[in-house]
Write a protein that binds this ligand. Structure first.
Ligand code: ME8
Length: 518
């Protein structure tokens, strides 16, 4: 049987009381690019994002705002939903962990884990950080300002002592190591897989998974007074989103296990250690991949609210337009590594790759056609070797992009594509259709046809990263909406000679003028 073409990608669900910043936009953008690529490649795609709404941190923020927790969440979760609109994220569901189907799902996951004997009752005494929503052992703590004990993340910790249920994580050391051995690419980049393996090999302690000292969370089933540790609740969103507990449902059977959980490196342990252990304990399959991306700094500085240098994605898009922001974030830094957001680098990159390389190729091809071919797709003569070589080279990029996307090497997929943009520019420069106008108009028509075909193919392939500009470009080539997926590379979707084309207009404006204004 052929492998079903389905693809399930998730972002972390964001703490509902955070204000969206570039880091949030980055994780979701990477997923959006992957999801769009797979849809264009004929896959049935599920792309899930949303907000993480329970826990002590939210309870405290709600109290500070003078609101009941649910009312507070209803008020602030819209900030993340707005990010989808601004960034044109094509998520299939925006999940909120306060939704009834999720609460049911988290409780059912607990029941299954408990029924399988992996949960016991005890009491917890140790350090907890509300800001991180994480427990820390004494040996992990560092000295903060004024000699205060802090988590390694710099977050304050407090001593917590209360009755608690525990998950027998210590039993899962060997099964996890075996699982990693069977799936050596479970975590990417590889260096992060190694970190996870050595963490697990170092021994695992049982995990406190319920709290009794506050109320805002999913009630533990059959044990009044306990609410679930927010990470169990939060991680479960990935199966709620595809219909759990109804494991016989179409959604669950089609999409679970997930192909990729995209996360920042700071939350890798939760996804690559705890989550597969919870799932195996419940008799469910772990996800296929956890990809940990790096962190952004702002002009070389760590981004933090206290430094006041948080990059606001809404303002960035408002100032520069969406596509340059999307392209820069995905192209500038090898995906998986840390990167620095510098305005100068952003403008240089957008102008070089978008305005100059792709923009000029499209603009000069379309405007020569408008001027010299009566505004219609020209009629080509027989293709010569260099014509065919250009078109074949672009078609062959799809296989390379697929291979890169399958390991989330998004920057390499874009690099491969932009090599073809350069090849098309070199072709136009070498063929000099402007010089052929008088000497050999038939050949000029062929060259312009080939250039237009190159632009069409490049436009189709660049849709996942710069969707708006490519929509405009493919409109300008009169490519029908249903002929814009990857099945229309090759000759299948080729431009029909004589098709009237609209007046061309630039798709990637230069950003220079804006530089001084920000
Ligand atoms: O962790 N650069 O939510 P969160 C890049 N609710 N990425 C960054 C970043 C930066 N400067 N700052 C943050 C949570 N991020 C949990 C997830 S999932 C079941 C529960 C990324 O709102 C960070 O790495 O803190 C993480 O992936 C996300 O933004 C933070 O989400």
């Amino acid at each position: 049987m052929p492998t079903p073409k389905r693809y399930y990608v998730t972002t972390p669900i964001y703490y509902v009381n955070d204000v969206p910043h570039i880091g949030h936009a980055y994780t979701t953008l990477a997923c959006d690019v992957l999801a769009r690529f797979k849809r264009l490649d004929g896959y049935q795609v599920m792309f899930l994002t949303g907000t993480d709404e329970h826990g002590q941190k939210v309870e405290k923020s709600a109290a500070a705002a003078g609101l009941a927790p649910q009312a507070f969440c209803d008020r602030v979760s819209g900030r993340f939903r707005a990010l989808l609109e601004t960034m044109h994220f094509s998520a299939d569901r925006f999940i909120r962990t306060t939704e009834p189907d999720h609460i049911r799902s988290a409780q059912e996951l607990w029941r299954r884990i408990e029924a399988n004997g992996h949960i016991y009752e005890g009491s917890y005494a140790g350090w907890y950080s509300v800001r991180d929503e994480a427990f820390y052992s004494e040996s992990e703590l560092v000295e903060g300002e004024g000699g205060q004990k802090c988590a390694p993340t710099g977050a304050p910790v407090e001593w917590v002592e209360e009755p608690s249920f525990f998950f027998r994580l210590s039993d899962w050391q060997q099964p996890l190591l075996d699982f990693y051995a069977r799936h050596p690419d479970f975590v990417l980049p590889q260096a992060r897989m190694n970190e996870v393996k050595s963490f697990v090999a170092g021994g695992l302690r049982d995990l406190s998974i319920s709290r009794t000292s506050f109320r805002w969370g999913v009630p533990v089933p059959d044990h009044p007074g306990h609410i679930m540790y927010v990470w169990i609740d939060a991680l479960t969103n990935y199966i709620t989103g595809v219909g759990f507990p109804d494991t016989a449902s179409d959604a669950f059977r089609t999409f679970w296990p997930a192909d990729v959980h995209m996360v920042g490196k700071d939350i890798l342990r939760f996804h690559a250690v705890y989550w597969p252990a919870f799932l195996m304990a419940a008799g469910l399959e772990p996800p296929r991949r956890v990809f940990a991306h790096g962190w952004w700094t702002n002009e070389g500085q760590k981004i933090s609210k206290s430094l006041g240098n948080v990059i606001d994605p809404f303002a960035l898009v408002e100032t520069y337009g969406l596509d340059p922001v999307r392209y820069f974030l995905m192209r500038e830094v090898p995906f998986g590594q840390d990167g620095d957001f510098s305005r100068a680098a952003f403008i240089t990159r957008a102008n070089a790759d978008l305005a100059n390389d792709f923009g000029n190729l499209a603009q000069r091809t379309l405007s020569m056609i408008a001027k010299n071919c009566g505004g219609q797709v020209p009629k080509p003569g027989a293709l010569q070797e260099e014509d065919q070589a250009l078109l074949d080279g672009i078609d062959a990029t799809l296989a390379r992009m697929r291979a890169h996307f399958d390991v989330q090497a998004i920057h390499l997929a874009l690099e491969a594509l932009w090599k073809q943009v350069a090849a098309a520019n070199a072709y136009v420069a070498a063929m000099a259709p402007w010089a052929l106008r008088k000497t050999d108009p038939e050949r000029m028509a062929t060259v312009l046809y080939v250039a237009a075909e190159a632009v069409r193919k490049l436009g189709i392939l660049a849709q996942p990263v710069t969707p708006d500009a490519m929509t405009s470009l493919l409109d300008q080539l009169a490519v029908p909406k249903q002929a814009r997926n990857f099945a229309h590379l090759g000759t299948r979707g080729r431009l029909a000679p004589g098709t009237p084309l609209p007046q061309p207009r630039g798709v990637f404006p230069r950003l220079q003028a804006l530089e001084e204004s920000v």
